[in-house]
Design a protein around this ligand. Structure first.
Ligand code: SF4
Length: 195
């Protein structure tokens, strides 16, 4: 025969009190936020930056050069384009035949006054914003032909130049260094200040 446990009224108070205290303690625990996963997703997927930073990043990693290689420095550019130096790492392997599809002129070679109007026209037809790298001594100052009546003593006499690359001719490593310098210059530009 089972014997029922009989509590005294004092024992009942104790049991009830214990149960109530447990409920109170549980009610004071912090309720987990059901939307906490959302915070984690936002932290993982949203990146805050400026319009300038995005625009400049896109521009400097997709420069498209236009053909302007009137003399021997051109061969160093051609070597830079080839697989050993691999300009496609910088998103600029496509050399455009049309200035309207280009935003970078790499002036690789001696420029004569007879050719100057054509180079100026090519520059004027390029898309904005646009940049110019003067590659080699001839492009910077006319080089060894500077005193000639027929040679332009530097491309900056007819168009604005952003980067000057010394050498006769500059090696592909030097051209890549010049391109990296131009990247840094583009990274500092701001649409608020105009282009
Ligand atoms: S800098 Fe030297 S290699 Fe370049 S175009 Fe002038 S002469 Fe030729």
């Amino acid at each position: 025969m089972e014997i029922e446990e009989v509590y005294s009224s004092r024992q009942l108070d104790k049991v009830e009190g214990k149960a109530i205290n447990e409920l109170i303690a549980r009610s004071q625990q912090v309720i987990p936020d059901p939307d906490r996963w959302l915070d984690e997703e936002i932290e993982r997927n949203i990146l805050l930056t400026s319009v300038d930073a995005v625009l400049n990043w896109a521009r400097r990693t997709s420069l498209w050069p236009v053909v302007c290689f009137p003399a021997c420095c051109a061969f160093e550019f051609i070597t830079t384009e080839a697989s050993r130096f691999d300009l496609s790492r910088f998103g600029m392997e496509i050399v455009r035949a049309s200035p309207r599809q280009a935003d970078l002129m790499i002036t690789a070679g001696t420029l004569t006054w007879k050719m100057a109007p054509q180079v100026k026209r090519i520059y004027d037809q390029m898309a904005e914003p646009k940049w110019v790298i003067a590659m080699g001594a001839c492009a910077i100052s006319g080089g060894i032909f500077a005193s000639s009546y027929s040679v332009v003593p530097g491309y900056n006499r007819i168009i604005p130049v952003d980067v000057y690359l010394p050498g006769c001719p500059p090696r592909p490593e030097a051209l890549i260094h010049g391109i990296r310098m131009l990247h840094k210059k583009i990274a500092r530009e701001s649409i608020a200040e105009g282009e």
